[in-house]
Design a binder for this molecule. Structure first.
Ligand code: FPP
Length: 242
């Protein structure tokens, strides 16, 4: 079956605004993250229903360690709870889970939970959910270079294609659509290498409020864009003189 090109094959999301969502309700920030997990589970299925094949979310950045200790430990605990609560459902829904990021700094329990999530879902094909955890775009470029050098690649063998094969997201095509919720207009070190030609959509919607309608609005914005990848659109090239 031919792919509908107006639907992005790969959507990447910075799920921002959990803290403010909680604050508006006079709740501790943790409750915003908790509501954020519930929003994510709905968005995964909505993306799959609309033909998105890859969804990648920024769950914890390399810089998030700078947050207050109780928020960091709350987020770590939340991930463990989320895996327990939702892994069965996601597995049944055909979701393949892949974790990207530096696993060295996380606890043995969390590493084991990630391994279980990946192992349980590895044969699923409906949609691939990549969870960026302890991830940073610059970290990714550095680790890719280190592995390429360790493999003995010579300078002239280091090409964009070869380096892409060492990046943490090597299992997925580059994102077609990058969404950031929460009103900030920046990339914040997410998938720096991979978003070179992504369409960017920023919305004021706080992540826990991001529902199917907000998703459809972002997908409609994407469908209205003209992707040129550095080329000139048909009919806009100079007409040769004479
Ligand atoms: C940004 O909001 C959000 C985060 C740093 C964490 C997002 C994580 C989740 C939704 C949980 C993911 C869990 C799994 C299992 C994938 P913020 O805290 O920066 O919000 P603010 O800008 O309003 O303060």
């Amino acid at each position: 079956m031919k792919r509908d090109l107006s639907v992005p094959r790969h959507v990447a999301i910075v799920m921002d605004g959990n803290g403010r969502w909680a604050k508006k309700r006079y709740l501790p920030r943790f409750f915003g993250h908790k509501a954020g997990v519930d929003a994510l589970v709905k968005v995964i299925n909505a993306c799959a229903d609309r033909g998105v094949e890859y969804l990648t979310v920024f769950a914890f950045s390399s810089e998030n360690w700078k947050r207050p200790e109780d928020e960091v430990s709350g987020l770590m605990g939340l991930v463990l709870v989320a895996v327990t609560k939702y892994l069965g459902k996601l597995a049944r829904d055909g979701v393949k889970i892949v974790i990207v990021g530096d696993r060295n700094a996380v606890s043995d329990r969390l590493r084991a939970a990630w391994a279980e999530a990946e192992e349980t879902t590895r044969h699923n094909t409906r949609i691939t959910l990549s969870v960026a955890f302890n991830y940073g775009g610059r970290w990714d470029v550095v680790q890719a270079c280190r592995h390429a050098v360790a493999d003995g690649l010579q300078p002239d063998e280091i090409t964009e294609a070869r380096l892409s094969g060492y990046m943490a997201m090597k299992h997925a095509p580059d994102p077609d659509l990058f969404i950031r919720t929460g009103g900030e207009v920046r990339i914040s070190n997410f998938l720096l290498w991979q978003v070179a030609y992504s369409e960017l959509v920023f919305t004021d919607c706080l992540w826990p409020d991001f529902d199917v309608h907000a998703l459809d609005a972002a997908l409609a914005a994407y469908a209205a864009r003209e992707r040129r990848f550095g080329a000139v659109s048909p009919g806009h090239a100079d007409v040769p003189a004479g």
